[in-house]
Design a protein around this ligand. Structure first.
Ligand code: SF4
Length: 319
């Protein structure tokens, strides 16, 4: 499969009080092939949503770049290019106008695009609602008249109506009941197959990511600490942080425990020296000396995926 998205050494930093800097995202590199799905997981504050927003062009990176089909992509891209990437948020209320019928909210991106006649736009909006499992007759209803699951389906229809190639889903099922969550996950899998979509799927819910995505990247304090195909990551996680997360989430629909590892992650205002995970890592004693506290482990490519831990084996030598 050819590459659709490439993210190179992305950094997002924010100024804080007293001249300090929040290191929200540091040196993140990712790629997604056409029609592929990458899950981005980690605890709250790991930087995954900021990464998603920077990739979607909603947040200007401090460093690094985002390429779509090999061309730079960001806030300065033209409208037609930006519409190739759409975002769905955890709370659909944010993308739906409470004073307008939902049919209007789904049609609006086409109006902004200046696509086709009003009749053709309306037909596309109704078709998008239908594809998302909603009766097109609901188009005249207002957001408050729908359930949470229906509203999220409307938000997905609004993203799909402009026929994007990449959809960035930021915790799209987190606010839903477990039964509704399973239905929306099934819908997302079906839509991806049907329209050949690529997904960047940001989630706390590892079980949902396992269902939707072929590849997974794990973030901790702004950095990717492990990246691997689904089977490798769930079957044989390499990074101690990934191992701890997986031990805490055995079932579909369960999110990370509030404190799966003991202690809180450090602040991105003052990340720990060396490996940022070292104050919480149960395996740091396996590394000689005080290396974990002194030396940042770099993400080293493996035969399948990559891991940033001093315990990781030496890189595979290729001929
Ligand atoms: Fe733990 Fe050290 Fe590996 Fe960091 S580098 S995850 S502290 S063993």
């Amino acid at each position: 499969m050819s590459e659709l998205l490439r993210v190179e050494k992305l950094c997002v930093r924010f100024p804080a009080r007293d001249g300090a800097t929040v290191h929200a995202v540091e040196n993140v590199s990712l790629s997604i092939p056409r029609g592929g799905a990458l899950g981005l997981v980690g605890e709250s504050g790991s930087g995954k949503s900021t990464t998603a927003r920077a990739i979607a062009g909603l947040q200007l990176p401090s460093e690094g770049r985002v390429l779509l089909s090999g061309e730079p992509f960001g806030p300065g891209s033209d409208r037609a290019t930006r519409q190739r990437v759409q975002m769905v948020f955890q709370d659909p209320q944010g993308s739906l106008d409470p004073r307008r019928p939902i049919g209007w909210s789904v049609e609006e991106p086409l109006v902004l695009q200046g696509a086709g006649s009003p009749l053709a736009r309306r037909a596309r909006a109704l078709a998008a609602l239908d594809a998302c499992g909603l009766d097109p007759r609901l188009a005249v209803r207002y957001p408050h008249e729908l359930s949470g699951g229906q509203r999220q389906r409307v938000a997905i229809a609004r993203a799909l109506v402009v026929e994007p190639e990449l959809v960035i889903l930021d915790e799209p099922t987190s606010a839903l009941d477990v039964s509704v969550r399973a239905q929306v996950v099934n819908l997302l899998c079906e839509l991806r197959r049907r329209f050949g979509l690529a997904y960047l799927f940001v989630s706390h819910d590892l079980a949902v990511v396992r269902r939707v995505c072929e590849d997974v990247a794990v973030m901790y304090l702004g950095r990717v600490v492990e990246r691997a195909p689904r089977a490798e990551l769930f079957g044989a996680p390499r990074h101690p942080y990934t191992q701890a997360l997986l031990s805490a989430v055995p079932e579909l629909g369960r999110e990370f425990a509030a404190d799966p590892l003991g202690g809180d992650p450090a602040s991105p205002l003052a990340p720990p020296s060396g490996c940022a995970f070292h104050p919480r890592c149960s395996r740091r004693a396996e590394v000689l000396g005080n290396r974990c506290a002194l030396e940042l482990p770099h993400l080293v490519e493996r035969a399948a995926g990559a891991v940033a831990c001093h315990l990781a084996e030496p890189p595979v030598t290729r001929p």
